[in-house]
Design a protein around this ligand. Structure first.
Ligand code: ADP
Ligand code: MG
Length: 242
């Protein structure tokens, strides 16, 4: 993927190739500016690379865009809409406000402790709750694959750890596939089945690190005190500071 401006060309991503299994959680980590957001943008179909291909279930991603949900650092909730009207906005735009979909959204709000806030406005919610609302808004469209770009970095540390744990549990329970970008190694290790370490720009895959905490994997908070946690951290850290 090359960005062209009148003054210069920037090769953002070069030779990156990887597969993600259904249900797998994968993190992309790498130096700032190495092309992580670009890569996610390409997967989301928001931008087009000059070369290469991206497929979902064997079909070009362009024809599959509706099965992808994308979440950014800012939750982009609309302040003048209630929680309910925020979470159904995608369904409204796509004219999919069916009874079935409305029920699904209600069930998510109930399951994840937001039902009693459905008529509140976003400014009444904590950062963590807002991020859960943003996640439910994304899940409302029933994406198969979720893309998270530094989705927790606007939150303070404690909230960040809690929200990433909530999001992890929700996505696992809803059987989603996750590709996320983060610059926080503990966050990557705590949430992923695999961490892909990218090189400096233009990004190539520097290392694939399988994260295995056994069959009954502890949640992202508990796993931080697992004996293997520091070992995975060190492996990734060494690769990044080279
Ligand atoms: P990361 O998310 O890893 O920090 P990005 O994917 O945002 O990196 O950016 C990769 C490189 O591409 C950077 O050098 C950045 O300056 C450049 N870049 C990103 N977006 C644009 C753009 N719209 N136009 C020109 N250059 C861009
Ligand atoms: Mg980025």
């Amino acid at each position: 993927m090359i960005y062209q401006t009148p003054r210069e060309e920037t090769v953002a991503v070069k030779d990156v190739s990887f597969d993600v299994e259904k249900g797998e959680f994968v993190s992309l980590v790498g130096p700032s500016g190495c092309g992580k957001s670009t890569l996610l943008g390409c997967i989301a179909g928001l931008q087009q690379a000059q070369k290469g291909s991206i497929t979902l279930d064997g079909k070009a991603i362009d024809n599959n865009r509706h099965s992808i949900g994308y979440m950014l650092q800012r939750d982009n909730l609309l302040p003048w809409r209630s929680v309910w009207r925020n979470v159904v906005i995608g369904l409204e735009i796509q004219k999919k406000l069916t009874e079935e979909n409305t029920e699904y959204v209600s069930s998510l709000l109930k399951k994840y402790d937001l039902w009693q806030f459905r008529d509140s406005f976003p400014n009444r919610l904590s950062g963590g709750m807002r991020q859960r609302v943003a996640l439910i808004r994304t899940l409302a469209l029933k994406p198969q694959l979720l893309l998270l770009d530094e989705a927790f970095s606007a939150l303070d540390y404690q909230t960040r750890v809690n929200v990433s744990c909530d999001v992890w549990e929700i996505l696992r329970r809803e059987n989603k596939t996750l590709v996320m970008v983060t610059h926080d190694i503990p966050e990557a290790v705590s949430m992923s089945d695999r961490v892909i370490v990218l090189s400096k720009r233009p990004a190539v895959v520097a290392k694939n690190v399988e994260i295995d905490f056994g069959a009954n994997r502890p949640n992202p908070i508990q796993v931080r005190s697992h004996p293997l946690f520091q070992q995975y951290f060190n492996t990734i850290w060494k690769e990044l500071v080279q």
